[in-house]
Design a protein around this ligand. Sequence first.
Ligand code: CP
Ligand code: NVA
Length: 304
Amino acid sequence: MAKRDLISVLDMKDEWPDLVDLAIELKKERGNHNAPLKGKTLIMMFEKPSTRTRISFDVAITELGGHALYIDVSKMQMGHGETVEDTAKVMSRFVHGIMYRAYDYKMMDKIGEYATIPVISGLDNLEHPCQALADMVTIKEKKGSFRGKKLVYLGDGNNVCNSLLYSSAIMGLDMIACCPATRMPNAEIMLGAARIADANGSKIIASHDPMEACKDADILYTDTWISMGDDTPEDKAVKLFKMYQINSELLEIAKKDCIVMHCLPAHRGHEITAEVMDGPQSVVFDQAENRLHAQKAVLYALLK
Ligand code: CP
Ligand code: NVA
């Protein structure tokens, strides 16, 4: 059977709803897994820092009976002249799966092309699919269903926003990407997500007006204004994004039972106020925990 990757949400589009349910099942049976990935090794290659992705993948595969290896890409021969192609082929002889956090999606695609084992994105400049899967798990747990619910993403139209667009469209969740005109999500992804949503009876909408967008929202979501690898100066980012901050005035406009999400790491006082982040409507730490359960579902589906 051909190997499969999770580089874009679209790679597992058809199983996305089942993966959400599997993650919820695996969460319930935590501590009682019967080592389905016994003997499997995952290499985790990082070009950028990480707390959640690194730890949750390591714990996920360990609890499923397998083993993880961490490697800082700058310490590999790949950072010192060996080609990506050769690296991918060599790793395919040693381990059973690759989790890769890259600056450039082209590197991610190349690893995917040359590896003969599954490649799972731990984020690149275009997408963060494992984050989006964990987010869908969190929304299902907190809201019960997706249909007719409205998610408003505020701030930078980045990798997290792109994967959320695809995921929302697949799950039938209405999503508004509310971003400055110069920082809208990737146009191709937005269009692709809108097409999926159309076929699914849900809506993907662009907005530049937070006060309008947040009316009757069920979920407000934000991420850092300056992603890893983005060299926008802080003062410029603050000026550009400040009206998109999730604060109590904005939350007031949303539904009374609106939840607040953030993929973390958060910058209190920038994209979200401390009051909201630490307040009763915030689900950010449940969301972070769900990375573990969602990634178990992905590892099980791709490595078993
Ligand atoms: N949300 C997320 O991917 O966090 P890390 O950068 O800590 O992995
Ligand atoms: N958009 C952020 C997400 C971090 C988890 C970044 O790429 O830095």
